[in-house]
Design a protein around this ligand. Sequence first.
Ligand code: PMP
Length: 360
Amino acid sequence: MTSSLLHIPPPQRLLQPLALPERLMLGPGPSNVPPRILAASGRQLLGHMHPEMLQVMDEIKAGIQYAFQTQNQLTLAISGTGHCAMEAALLNLLEQGDTVLVAINGIWGQRAAEIARRLGANVHELLKPPGDYFALQDIEEGLAQHKPSVLFITHGESSTGVLQPLEGLGNLCHRYGCLLLVDAVASLGGAPIFMDQQEIDVLYSGSQKVLNVPPGSAPISFSQRAWYHHTAPTNSFFSLREGLSMLAELGLESSWERHRASCAQLCQGLRDMGLELFVKEEKARLPTITTVRVPEGYDCKEITAFLMDNHGIEIAGGLGPSAGKVLRIGLMGCNSTSENVTRVLRALREALRHCPRCRL
Ligand code: PMP
């Protein structure tokens, strides 16, 4: 026997084949990935500068221009998740000492304010309770008082389930000499966005929600500015290309309508069970992620564990300001179907009957 020089042996578990369960992913993302998109990321690599890869990137650019409804030339995929796009947007817009106004009605505004502070910006927070959205007047007061160079706002607040109206915001910001930066990670493809018409200066999203693409690439568009060379994650881009292609084939209007219809069916079913929706105003509900109050006497962790253990369905509890208060149910992209609404409602009804502190 030869004695090994290695102090650490190969891990036993890595000598077994990869074992993964089947799950229905109805949380706030990632959502299930259709076979066509999975197959694209399993294709053989290309060099990131090969002409065919550059063509894929051009196709991605065209797909993002369609999804965002913009003609901006500086439209691309960031090599990273939605959070990387948020960081890239803030890093490109802010320098030390710049003033930024951050609209905070959930965790994503908090996150943006934190990043902006780390960049040395002078950060002012415009606050609304979780579950509310900002009226134009709220924003105008903030702009007049703080005179920021950038306003950050979240279109789809996935921590609270709120859809922020964007009409008139860009125009208002520009009247105050301010750029408008919008986070559309949770809303792209699920609710209308018209980047050019709404005069949004920087818009970004993610891949893992309505696009049903594995996390790791994030659409972004700037009205101007530059970018750096790096080794692009080629196979993530293959799957992003396919996700954007499927959205283009379905059509944005059909995608918005599909998310609206599934969300309406889900909300009705939740109300019929005696549950209370967290976002009061119907028009302020994010069509991709629905928040419902955890009923009195229940623990949301027990409910989410029951769905996972007994039905293989993922739903989520709250996040940040909504932690412990709500359940979050995501119906995104291919998961936004009437059948999935029926499945999750049935599983939830059973959970409420079985969880220990049962009341209903
Ligand atoms: N913004 C919003 C509104 C989100 O919902 C998320 C993801 N839940 C992010 C940003 C961050 O995206 P990612 O998790 O892909 O980094």
